[in-house]
Design a protein around this ligand. Sequence first.
Ligand SMILES: Cc1cc2nc3c(=O)[nH]c(=O)nc-3n(C[C@H](O)[C@H](O)[C@H](O)COP(=O)(O)OP(=O)(O)OC[C@H]3O[C@@H](n4cnc5c(N)ncnc54)[C@H](O)[C@@H]3O)c2cc1C
Length: 351
Amino acid sequence: MIINNFICEILVKLLIKSGATILNGSNVVATGSKVADNIFGANTDTAAQLAADVTRESKGTNYPELTQLMTANIGSAIDFISDFADLHYQKAQTQTPEHSIARQVELPSASSYEFIEKVSQAFTAKGGEIRLGARVEKIKRDEQGTIIGLIAETKTATLDINCRSIVLVTGGHGANAKMRGSESEGIDYYDPMTSTGDAYSFTEELNLSTHDLGWYKIYPHGVEVEPGIAKLTTYASKKATDLGGIYVNVEGKRIINELDVYTTFRDVILQQTGKVAYLVMDKRTWQEFYALLVQHNFSEVEVAAFFEEPAKRPVFAKGSLKEVAAIAGINDKQLAQTIKDYQGYAQSGSY
Ligand SMILES: Cc1cc2nc3c(=O)[nH]c(=O)nc-3n(C[C@H](O)[C@H](O)[C@H](O)COP(=O)(O)OP(=O)(O)OC[C@H]3O[C@@H](n4cnc5c(N)ncnc54)[C@H](O)[C@@H]3O)c2cc1C
């Protein structure tokens, strides 16, 4: 099949619209947007303050020109997409501590499923076409090297599309084990399987510069749902610690001030035995934690199975302190002492 492509077209290799985007909770910063003005009122947030927060949280490893590109444009991007797809962002339930000011917004459903649905409807209403299950295999060039189209494969046909320009947005590359660096060793992967870094192979001949491809995004909050594969529990975990849940290691010791920022938390967990931390919470906290798990990517059946199979990961356990310590393999005497100390801090009001 040959298609002459003069209108806008999106090809997506899975039978769902989007990869990582559909998995996220829609929580984004809205600095410099009209959307933020309406939500946060006379807020003093600026692009420079956002850039300073990014720099601090990345421990100065960010590239200032890329940070600047993001901070200077995020506001207009949020306003554009809100108008384009009739999105109604609101103040995000979770405002995380690495932001020095409230600036995080999310969609009413707290899910990017809503984002993808509304943006694709708006796109098709403007004449765009979305082809699900079409995997781009090759970018076509003429003898001078000018792009003239692409070849994509579907289950039933080869698509030969002629076009003058292509926007490559194939997502990340973490699902491509060959492209991973040593930093990823022993760390679970939480992105979708569509992140195979195809854009890098399509542009190989262009000799573009890349940097830090071996870096691996490491989140502190999540559980291993299959060997080497994790699901994030970011919102649920933050809620649990806001309500008094604490993080301990297998030795039963509390490992961090739970109000601390992600990077500190991540670095502390990486130093623990087995690079694992356990979140200990009471029943009231569990109920709120569970509600957020089910809202963000977990099913009730899946969570029930975690409890039923204590020998497997992830370890989910309920009961007395002694019982949960035994199931998780945590030192129970030290855990009891840690909780006692923590209750003491709660009573005295000091850490
Ligand atoms: C669980 C999770 C939670 C997150 N939470 C947040 C959050 O709260 N806030 C935030 O800002 N960010 C969050 N992120 C990160 C954010 O979702 C990603 O950075 C962003 O969605 C990446 O968008 P993208 O368009 O680059 O890639 P993707 O959304 O992955 O899109 C790439 C698309 O390209 C397609 N594709 C790839 N190769 C081909 C090919 N050869 N042919 C055709 N199609 C192809 C894929 O199928 C996919 O549809 C989260 C990510 C995950 C996984």
